[in-house]
Ligand binder design. Sequence first.
Ligand code: FMN
Length: 390
Amino acid sequence: MSRFTFVTAGESHGPALTVTVSGVPAGLKLDRVRMNRELERRQQGYGRGGRMKIEHDEIVVTAGVRGGETIGSPVSISIPNADHEAWKGAMGVWELDATDAEARRLRSPRPGHVDLVGGIKFDRRDLRDVLERASARETAARVAAGAIAKELLLTFGIEIRSCVVSVGLAGDPQRAVAWPEMLAVDDSSPLRAIDAPTEEAMIAEVDKARADGETLGGALVVLAHGLPVGLGSHVQWDSKLDGRIAQAIMSVHAVKGVAIGDGIECASHPGSEVHDAIYFERDAGWIRTTNRAGGLEGGVTNGQDLVVRAFMKPISTLRKGLPSVDVDTRTPERSQWERSDISAVPACGVVCEAMLAIILADAMREKFGGDSIAEMTRNFRAYVDAARAY
Ligand SMILES: Cc1cc2nc3c(=O)[nH]c(=O)nc-3n(C[C@H](O)[C@H](O)[C@H](O)COP(=O)(O)O)c2cc1C
């Protein structure tokens, strides 16, 4: 099976998160430091909750890797939850402490979370059974899978980065971001914002939200650089890369909108202002001087940077609560609050990077196949040479 795919398991306060990644070719060298750095990036960001201070995520690889190199079998990774120790009474796998479990019980569902509908759907009276899996803690496992995808892509010179373009009312959700600007974004800055003045305004927004017991969303841009022409396909609905990317990004917790390139703005402009004119130059080959399409035409990469914009809603756990109802008594209650982020847009960007990396790694496997990196590389080079000669 050459498709690159993954499955996660784990509860937010359970013993660990786990991810199994299949379709990883043999011979891919994995860099543990770089992979752990991805997990660390997901934990950063101004406006994050207290948990990020307690936990320092690290991968524990349990299958598919030998001597730092993949061997062609599924790769399994676990990320222990350091917080589990303090939650054993309420989240023990085999035994619960009745007092602890009752104290941690969630009974007034948070509007915007899956608490209530999940409780109804799975017939769980303690909504914690739903919350624990719905929590964005799961994204740590996605980032671990994405770190493998990034390692694979890097072998072929493909890089992925993200930055934050707006938080609340600060910044511009539609701001264009080119690759050189993306490279200039300071990865260790408080919000990984597109520029310093915008970041200051974003920090002020977060501070105000904190003081008001509020939460904030925002917008982020993810770019993939160095892609060959021809990933994805126009021939079936489910092979189009724009659709596959949109599904992957939209599956990220709290992401409620996705655009490729100028996808939203272009709806209100005439065609002559939207499409990227085609030129041919003897040395450079097929070129464009604009990239409004965001690197995809007909669901196929055109060799330009892939531009994905994601819009995140405000976090639904508000310190001041929202109107809700106690599921036992059916009486009005404010929705329950527990340790939570005020805003998590930069972390969401890291998760979106991971999801984009996974979709692109899958598209690379689809196009170039191979059971080993060496075989995949031979196929890749032959194709790139042929495409260049077209
Ligand atoms: C990185 C990240 C961190 C998040 N942190 C929180 C949080 O601390 N509290 C919270 O209520 N929601 C948080 N969310 C959002 C919820 O997980 C999400 O809104 C919820 O699962 C409902 O899913 P939906 O918004 O996709 O419909 C976070 C999302 C991301 C991407």
